[in-house]
Design a protein around this ligand. Sequence first.
Ligand SMILES: Cc1cc2nc3c(=O)[nH]c(=O)nc-3n(C[C@H](O)[C@H](O)[C@H](O)COP(=O)(O)OP(=O)(O)OC[C@H]3O[C@@H](n4cnc5c(N)ncnc54)[C@H](O)[C@@H]3O)c2cc1C
Length: 167
Amino acid sequence: MLYGRLNLASVSLGIHQALLEETVRFVAHRRHGDSELRREPTVKQKLGKMNASLITARVLAYHASHMLDEGVPCDAYLMNAKLQNVEFSLDSARTAMEVHAAHGLSADGRLERLVRDAYHIYAPAGTSDIQRLRLAEAAMEAPPHRSDWSELLAGELRSSAAALRAA
Ligand SMILES: Cc1cc2nc3c(=O)[nH]c(=O)nc-3n(C[C@H](O)[C@H](O)[C@H](O)COP(=O)(O)OP(=O)(O)OC[C@H]3O[C@@H](n4cnc5c(N)ncnc54)[C@H](O)[C@@H]3O)c2cc1C
């Protein structure tokens, strides 16, 4: 569970990045008569929203990862990294579908696969409902929390991080 949440957050981050890249590729080539789709203000707003979500999701995953590497208690950060990466990625999947419109529905297209992949990350290591439930418990409980795997394994994490740095 300790590594599972971060693992799933990282997979979600990769899918999210691919969703943005695929959408940028699509608007770069799509034209409506003389106008290019990438010049449309509403399309730019959607791409900007996807990129902002992606950057926020990345920062949350990297920060939780750094805390884990340092061996400091960070279960709530790991839960939040999983929760927000999945939610931001699903939100961007919907935006990508809107930008692609009918082209997003093609079973042969890359986007259709990426949207399915984004949904695959929702359940493993706990759905978003479960992450929010655990985050609520973490907020209400006095530390140490019973589910704080990062605290229970802090010594082991510190020594494996030190061994990696020395290698
Ligand atoms: C791609 C993939 C890989 C997986 N890999 C693994 C693995 O390696 N090891 C493993 O053990 N499992 C694995 N799983 C299973 C995964 O952990 C479960 O799918 C997940 O725990 C949710 O269980 P469930 O699908 O039975 O849904 P359920 O638990 O039946 O949930 C159904 C709905 O009810 C909600 N819900 C459930 N309980 C509560 C609650 N207490 N409060 C509020 N809402 C609740 C859920 O959020 C969901 O919306 C994997 C699943 C997938 C899709």
